[in-house]
Design a protein around this ligand. Structure first.
Ligand code: PFF
Length: 445
């Protein structure tokens, strides 16, 4: 690559980074994991982790990326030779993550197809619809392939041309549609029970494993621990405030998580579903809410288009980090790298796509292939990546660099920097270790 590409403005950087963050994590995963892991208590712990761990780590990834202006692997290497393994682990994590992420991306495509052809409005049992849609091996694999092809197509065209344009209006449109959805969901009979489930913490329902899920969820939904945010911020010019950018991304992410919860849980209780439904929760509950609205199916098609877009912008970021590293480190052209990497990810993802049908009986630790990979990435690999980054920054980065990246030179800025470093150095690693050990049962119970 000749010249390092740059975002055209701060807004496009924020939109792209927010685009990476906001996706299946907040909209699909959060409601179903919160549903199975204790509702309000899970949400509260997730919120605390996002603010106290996620925000400082997001800033850490930004600082690494912008100060080096390099992609994930070279960024670490250029600061401290011998530490590029953090970037390599990230690239590997992105690879596995995208392999199962694209399966859900495929489900959205299938729902989109089924709703524009009128098929969704012709059925009234959405649980059955979901079961049929995901268990057919041809549609499962075909839709996963279609999703990957869309992702490859955009990434192969380069950062600026590909990712920037559409983010500008799609994301706000998604917010607006969620508000409409919530208005309907909250006015259903018995909606308050769902609001209570979501917002009233009952800690007796939260297990040690639930706490680990909340940690994993806060990393997953902020795209942390993979060095995606390192790569994205490497395209950012030196004049923007990293702290403000990170704060707005964290805020938007929490906002959309709350919107998703408020859209789904009232409807779950009002329409007689179970919050513990699992990965199908959104796909079963939302069509039911839309069916309760005048012109609901049209809204549903629009919702799916925006949801698909949000999911694609996250997928772009995952493929982008791998392609940026591969093309930089192997000298391969970026478009060729995008095709080779993307198609390999598709092949690796096939067992995940089939794990809701043909391979449903293939399980390990009581989990299907899909569930196992999701568990491994969200609850083990992302926290490990995050742990390494929190150790790396205070240990290996020069103070002058941190001051230049994060402060305006004022004493207030330096105080903020000192606090941030303390959090990264002690609080984040210790917390991650405690949550790990607790989930393993080390502290009993
Ligand atoms: N944050 C994305 C989502 O919530 O859908 C998923 C993700 C993207 C995780 C990129 C990690 C990552 F590096």
């Amino acid at each position: 690559m000749a010249q390092q590409e740059q975002w055209t403005s701060k807004l496009t950087f924020i939109l792209a980074a927010a685009g990476s963050a906001i996706g299946l994590g907040a909209i699909w995963k959060f409601p179903y994991v919160a549903g199975t892991s204790g509702g309000g208590a899970f949400f509260l712990v997730f919120l605390l982790f996002t603010l106290l761990v996620g925000f400082p780590l997001l800033l850490a990834e930004f600082v690494i990326g912008r100060s080096t202006q390099k992609e994930a692997i070279s960024a670490y290497r250029s600061i401290a030779p011998g530490w590029s393994f953090i970037g390599r682990i990230g690239v590997f994590t992105a690879f596995i993550l995208l392999s199962f992420y694209s399966v859900i991306g495929g489900w959205i495509l299938l729902y989109f197809g089924a709703s524009i052809t009128g098929y969704v409005s012709s059925v009234d049992n959405y649980e059955q619809l979901f079961g049929t849609i995901i268990s057919n091996p041809w549609t499962a694999v075909g839709s996963q392939l279609a999703f990957i092809l869309l992702t490859i197509f955009v990434v192969s065209k380069g950062v600026k041309a590909g990712i920037e344009k559409a983010s500008k209006w799609m994301m706000p449109a998604l917010f607006v549609l969620f508000i409409v959805l919530i208005a309907r969901s909250l006015t259903l009979d018995g909606a308050m029970e769902g609001v209570r489930f979501f917002l009233q913490p009952d800690f007796s329902k939260l297990t040690s494993e639930g706490v680990l899920f909340a940690l994993g969820q806060s990393f997953f939904s902020l795209s942390l621990g993979v060095s995606v945010m390192v790569t994205y911020s490497s395209y950012l010019s030196k004049t923007e405030s990293l702290t403000r950018s990170a704060a707005s991304i964290v805020f938007m992410n929490i906002f959309i998580t709350v919107l998703a919860g408020l859209a789904i849980f009232p409807a779950v209780f009002s329409l007689g579903f179970e919050p513990t439904e699992g990965p199908g929760l959104l796909f079963i509950v939302l069509p039911s809410v839309f069916a309760e609205m005048p012109g609901g199916m049209i809204f549903f098609v629009v919702f799916l288009a925006l949801f698909l877009f949000a999911t694609l912008t996250s997928a772009f970021s995952l493929l982008e980090i791998i392609v940026a590293s591969v093309s930089k480190n192997s000298g391969e052209r970026r478009s060729k790298a995008a095709w080779i990497v993307g198609l390999t990810i598709f092949v690796v993802g096939i067992p995940s796509a089939l794990s809701n049908g043909l391979l449903a009986d293939v399980t390990l630790f009581d989990k299907t292939i899909f569930d196992l990979l999701d568990y491994l990435v969200s609850n083990i690999m992302l926290p490990i990546g995050a742990l390494l980054i929190s150790i790396f920054v205070p240990l290996k980065m020069k103070r002058e660099v941190l001051i230049a990246e994060l402060t305006d030179g004022s004493s207030r800025g330096k105080k903020f920097l000192a606090l941030w470093l303390l959090i990264l150095k002690y609080f984040v690693p210790v917390l991650i270790l405690i949550v790990f050990l607790d989930a393993l049962g080390v502290f009993g119970g």
